[in-house]
Design a binder for this molecule. Structure first.
Ligand SMILES: [Zn+2]
Length: 453
């Protein structure tokens, strides 16, 4: 198996750390990352661990094994989220500090997406356990079920159920490409879908949620930052636009008489690009285009476009969509096309906790690690958990911004330093040092900071 070499225990970070800080175990982190990467590993190096598959189940078994080794109290809830708790009689009733991510992958995915966050959580539990100090707040670690949307068309299912974001009946009715109902699938795994509502947690259950994840973009790489502190997570609004014109003979129809739906769609594609570029914090994409009848000698009579608009700011996103709708109406009128839009999803962006942003940045500075505050364009479990409790998220660079792919790569030293920073913040939180942790959200970055990205 192709893998990185381990620079055992001598990362630059190790040398400059304050002597009193408990350190993560570089060797153990490498071993656990490799152990998870062996599950669902294909010959070309890609990882196949679709949610609720046999491979996903094996990863869950391995996680439970690691949790048992650490002496954690384990539980698997009704949707398949795996929790492990490190606590004692003194802190039984106190809300816990939750750290985690996910172990499922997209088909032919990479070995870092999700896994590094679960390995980080295991490492933090191991260090806290070795320390043996009694904690004001227990530590809980978690691997959320079905984070990737590739199997059931919806992501962050496990964390969304925990946070009360999803209607349980709607979730159980989702179907995969083989037409299997999610409810059936989890039942076959020995879970009880009738108890799905019991997986929902209360805000008073957790002090905070922390997650380490790969960036899946190129912002950190371009800025030469080793860690990214997330202040907001963008949410998509997706819709399907159908433009109806008239299918005509491409030879016999003079140009002025045409109602070419594809020529109109081309203008819409450019309008999406122009409007998203002109609105701060907004990205817009036309990712699909279906042309009918789709023959070289026929003027296109109908085109369907799949449009995805995202932002970390709900007002900016709404303004961009409003501008886009007006532009679509204008293009359609000029070209005598009939536009019909169907809203596919409309999610609210999430702002992460400002106290946790400050604590994460403080510990990056303490380790002299170049970090950058940024928004996450991709959705994560932290986005659901932020509905329930203060949530904080740390990103490590993805080489070339590639993810969901065999070429996904993050340098091992960056993973180690990310786990170290997350450990330091967790130590503060479990010790009850959380004065900075207001209920408030992270303050927005100045506009120009976003524009530079
Ligand atoms: Zn992920």
């Amino acid at each position: 198996m192709r893998w990185y070499s381990i620079t055992a225990g001598i990362t630059p970070m190790t040398r400059i750390s304050p002597a009193s800080t408990p350190m993560v175990d570089v060797q153990r982190i490498g071993e656990r990352l490799r152990a998870f990467a062996r599950i669902g590993y294909s010959r070309d190096g890609a990882i196949n661990r679709p949610a609720f598959s046999r491979q996903d189940l094996r990863a869950r078994e391995l996680l439970l094994h690691f949790m048992d080794e650490l002496g954690l109290q384990t539980r698997v809830d009704a949707i398949g989220n795996v929790f492990g708790r490190l606590g004692d009689d003194t802190n039984e009733s106190a809300p816990s500090v939750l750290v985690g991510s996910h172990l499922d992958t997209v088909p032919e995915g990479g070995r870092f997406d999700g896994s590094i966050g679960v390995v980080a959580a295991l490492e933090i539990a191991a260090v806290l356990q070795e320390q043996g100090n009694s904690l004001r707040h227990p530590l809980e670690i978690v691997s959320f079920a079905c984070e990737e949307s590739s199997r059931f068309g919806r992501g962050t299912i496990g964390s969304g159920i925990v946070a009360g974001a999803w209607d349980p009946d709607e979730i159980l009715a989702l179907r995969d490409a083989r037409n299997l109902r999610l409810g059936q699938v989890v039942e076959r795994l020995g879970l009880d879908p009738r108890r799905i509502a019991s997986a929902r947690c209360r805000p008073e259950d957790f002090t905070a949620y922390l997650e380490l994840h790969i960036e899946q973009g190129r912002v950190l790489e371009v800025a030469r930052a080793r860690l990214g502190v997330v202040d907001a997570i963008a949410a998509p609004t997706r819709f399907r636009l159908r433009l109806t014109g008239r299918a005509d003979h491409s030879g016999a129809t003079p140009m002025p008489l045409r109602r070419d739906a594809l020529a109109g769609a081309a203008e819409v594609v450019l309008a999406v690009e122009r409007i998203a570029s002109a609105t701060p914090r907004v990205v817009g994409t036309v990712g699909t285009l279906q042309v009918k009848p789709g023959a070289i000698n026929v003027v296109p009579g109908e085109v369907e476009l799949g449009i995805d608009v995202r932002s970390t700011d709900g007002a900016d996103k709404a303004r961009a969509i409003q501008d886009l709708q007006e532009e679509i109406v204008r293009i359609a009128r000029l070209r005598e096309l009939i536009p019909t839009t169907e809203l596919l999803s409309d999610e609210e962006p999430v702002t992460l906790n400002s106290g946790l942003v400050a604590m994460l940045e403080h510990h990056c500075q303490a380790h002299r690690v170049p970090s950058l505050r940024l928004a996450s364009g991709a959705g994560h479990d932290a986005m659901q958990m932020a509905r329930l409790c203060p949530a904080g998220m740390l990103l490590v660079p993805s080489r070339g911004g590639i993810s969901h792919n065999v070429a996904e790569w993050t340098d091992f030293d960056d993973i180690v330093v990310g786990i170290q920073v997350l450990l330091n913040v967790t130590l503060e939180l479990t010790a009850g040092h959380m004065s900075q942790l207001g209920k408030g959200a992270a303050p927005p970055l100045p506009l120009d900071a976003h524009d530079r990205r």
